[in-house]
Design a protein around this ligand. Sequence first.
Ligand SMILES: [Zn+2]
Length: 299
Amino acid sequence: MENLGNKISEYRKQLDLTQKDLGDKLNVSPQAVSKWENGQAEPDASTIKKLCEIFKISTDELLGNDPPVKEIAITAAPVQPVVERVVQPVVQPVVERVVEQKIINGYCEECKKPVGPNEYVVTHSGRGGSIQHIYCNECNEKRIRSARIYAYDEFKRQNKKSLILGSLIALGVTALFCIMFMVIIKLEPLWATGLIAVGVFICWLAFGIQVFWEDSVVPDIFFFFLKSFTFPGVIFTLDLDGIIFLILVKVGGAILCAILSVIVFLFGLLFTPIASIFILPFAAIKRAFEGRSLKKAAN
Ligand SMILES: [Zn+2]
């Protein structure tokens, strides 16, 4: 019976199921589903009943004893029903019947509109992606766009802040050294020459630190060591001695970490400005490119 096969195939595709998906639901092989759809075999009565339950139709509809159904799926925007698929007409005269059927997978978190297959995006947030969000395609696009615009604005803001602060510090240091220079040149001319060299050097350092502080290695290392304050403990024995030992180990570890982070911090403080001088031109170029690509993404 070819009609039954065609109908099974039609209804299956409407639900976006593969032959294997349908077979799994019915506990039969995908080959069996394929044979039904090609008219090489017919499902038994109990399987037909199950098929109708899956397709949410009556047995009459599946077996073609009913007038043909022109099915209209109501799409997500409930303004105007759009004809998505017309089930192929069979023998009898055409009687139109609107079946309000819509597969809903969830609701968009932004606009609360119901969304069906291929109409939404699932995103995850939180530690290890524990919270799931569903957004319709339009809202998701808007979110991506506003995130890009935000990233570019944030970049511009940070860049401006760094440049202003860096310039101010460099200017301040220059002014300080000019004053010192004018005082010292009256006392000792040779010292003053040396002071100019040191002053220019320190201006560069101050500028470099300020502009590239956020990208520098110092805070990263510092916070890495700070994090070790919360390292998990292992209880060696579950009696009082064991617990005291554990506390001592944790306190000792914390003190060690504090000392280490101060040493690393001071070392980084010394290292960063020296490195900044050499990094400055390259980093400035890199920032310019970064800004350009962020701007391009936002527009
Ligand atoms: Zn939405």
